[in-house]
Write a protein that binds this ligand. Sequence first.
Ligand code: FES
Ligand code: FES
Length: 152
Amino acid sequence: MTTLDINGKPLQVDVDPSTPLLWALRDSLGMTGTKFGCGMAACGACTVHVNGQATRSCVTPVSAAQGARVTTIEGVNGDKVGRAVLDAWIKHDVAQCGYCQNGQVMSAVGLLRSKKHPSDADIDQAMAGNICRCGTYQRIRAAIKDAARALA
Ligand code: FES
Ligand code: FES
């Protein structure tokens, strides 16, 4: 058994330590908000925070998350940055099919925690690893700017 700190709660998973965190979350804990896209750190759908850093859970073994603070989309509304981003996402009606959006939100929250007033270049850089096949990039950018304004 491995105990993980997920959204502030100690939760136990019975998996091999090399199992990707993504599958421990989804299959062992039933937390299906974190999505599988590519499985090779190329799409961002599986993004969570590990000690506050946006992290691709599909290539992060459970052993690397042990002892760390893991935040998933299910817990991202636990602080004002997460709430501001979620509010902005709703206001701008960002999602289309929605599949990539939880990962987009996690990366956006990570960005706004490290940069209060991100420029377009900052947004492009922070969000470059999150692919949206529906092409919602303009709304994502607008929502991030709106969340930054709301937090100022
Ligand atoms: S599923 Fe992890 S980056 Fe695509
Ligand atoms: S909203 Fe459909 S893939 Fe991004």
